[in-house]
Ligand binder design. Structure first.
Ligand code: CMC
Length: 426
């Protein structure tokens, strides 16, 4: 598949090193640097800024033009026309389902939504004030102790069953994390409800009263799930692939992904945005926070702004901003003070030279928190919802990794520690 070649000359080497260059279906060519090892050389790329760590068919991002495609379909079209389970099918199988395939897929997922009853006791070991992400990391990792019958990673059927189980059980587990933290009993999933409706039901119903799920809010929830479903080789997905490369079981790998997602530079940003908006508190204080974000000596960053790959706009943020508007209109809370601060902040940041020069635009997390807050989701559940939705991306990448010949992930380093020395004589 190498249609071009690159030649690298290195001081001290007599001959140039010839490196194959591959072209994908979209995006920049990649230089295969593997021949360098034979010459005693490594490449150096902290943060993987210029490194394609794998080959993948699932998702394509063109950061310069704000394009995000799953299976070739633009995210805007999927958010407009598909539902989350269709997107899950697409990521897992590479094609959109036919009506019949969709019905079978939805039925299968629906029939896996309950978790093993023993798992509910597992929650009791956590403090009630534990962060739901802490509980989720533990509980998802613990799934490997409950579902032994599908752990053969070399068996495609086992891998498929694991994917079904994860897609189906994540909303149940996420809602259980919430219910546990507020001291309410767990609510069982309901088979007649859609994926998003069921999640809202498990979050907000109680044994004393059924929560009436608003179709607009369920649709908004479903859109949030779609917009978070996958995002190519981001930090958490790369973590899942790397953990998977050692042959670890899929539930352990997804738990690793959840841990990587938690940080505020990644999925934790949606919670951090709301914390920041609350901290700003008043439009008058915005310039103070903008100033802090620009100060190289202050670690503060404007949460929900910037992206490693998008250097124009985040297409997910556009759909999210539109959805936020619809939800707030439906709920009659267009004058929400936090939304006002968010809109003003966005406007100022988009005009400010510092942000314009560095191409720092609002990302998906900037608006998702506003919608989630309007739906009534508590702030500490925001990243849990990101994890729930991203599980399909993680498990699809994990499955893709195991579907073809692969190698354990093992980066090298530029060593700058002490040279070899002898232990001091005593
Ligand atoms: N506020 C202020 N300055 C920023 C911000 C920000 N949010 N983001 C980047 N910068 C500055 C940064 O200080 C640097 O300036 P300089 O060139 O003067 O040193 C420049 O912009 C480039 O930043 P970087 O850290 O080299 O960029 P990166 O690609 O390594 O980081 C990022 C990307 C998303 C981690 C970063 O933009 C950030 O921390 N944003 C805030 C957190 C956030 O919203 N994260 C969610 C990302 S989208 C959802 C997801 O994928 O999980």
């Amino acid at each position: 598949m190498a249609d071009k070649k690159a030649r690298l000359t290195v001081d001290g080497l007599e001959e140039a090193i010839e490196l194959p260059v591959y072209s994908g279906t979209e995006g920049p060519d990649v230089i295969d640097v593997r021949p360098l090892t034979g010459q005693g050389l490594f490449t150096y790329d902290p943060g993987f800024v210029s490194t394609a760590a794998c080959e993948s068919k699932l998702t394509y991002i063109d950061g310069g033009n704000g394009v995000l495609l799953h299976g070739g379909y633009p995210i805007e079209q999927l958010a407009q026309n598909a539902d989350y389970l269709e997107v899950c099918y697409l990521l897992l199988n590479g094609e959109l389902p036919t009506a019949e395939q969709k019905e079978t897929f939805v039925n299968t997922v629906t029939n896996h939504t309950m978790v093993h009853e023993q798992m509910s006791h597992f929650f009791n070991g956590f403090r009630r004030d534990a962060h739901p992400m802490a509980i989720m990391c533990g509980v998802v990792g613990a799934l490997s102790a409950f579902y032994h019958d599908s752990l053969d990673i070399n068996d495609p059927h086992h891998r498929e069953v694991c994917a079904y189980r994860l897609i189906a059980k994540m909303p149940t587990i996420a809602a259980m994390c919430y219910k546990y933290s507020i001291g309410q009993p767990f609510i069982f999933p309901r088979n007649e409800m859609s994926y998003a409706e069921n999640f809202l039901h498990m979050m907000f119903s109680t044994p004393c009263g059924e929560y009436k799920v608003s179709p607009t809010l369920a649709k908004a929830m479903d859109k949030i799930f779609i917009l978070h479903a996958d995002h190519e080789q981001n930090a958490s997905t790369s973590t899942v692939r790397l953990a998977g490369s050692s042959g670890a079981n899929p539930f352990a790998c997804i738990a690793a992904g959840i841990a990587a997602l938690w940080g505020p530079a990644h999925g934790g940003a949606n919670e951090a945005v709301l914390v920041m908006l609350n901290e700003i508190g008043d439009e008058e204080r915005i310039p103070e926070f903008i100033q802090r974000a620009k100060d190289p000596n202050d670690p503060f960053r404007l949460m929900g702004f910037g992206h490693r790959v998008y250097r124009n706009f985040d297409p997910r943020a556009k759909v999210m901003a539109q959805t936020a508007q619809e939800v707030l209109e439906e709920l009659g809370i267009e004058n929400d003070p936090l939304l006002k601060i968010a809109k003003r902040l966005e406007q100022i940041a988009l005009e400010d030279e510092y942000f314009v020069e560095r191409k720092l635009y609002p990302n998906v997390d900037f608006y998702s928190g506003i919608i989630l807050k309007a739906i009534g989701i508590p702030t500490n559940m925001f990243t849990v919802i990101f994890a729930l939705a991203r599980t399909i991306g993680w498990i699809s990448h994990w499955n893709e990794f195991h579907s073809s010949p692969n190698k354990i992930g093992r980066p090298r380093q530029l060593y700058t520690g002490p040279k070899q020395r002898d232990y001091p004589a005593k």
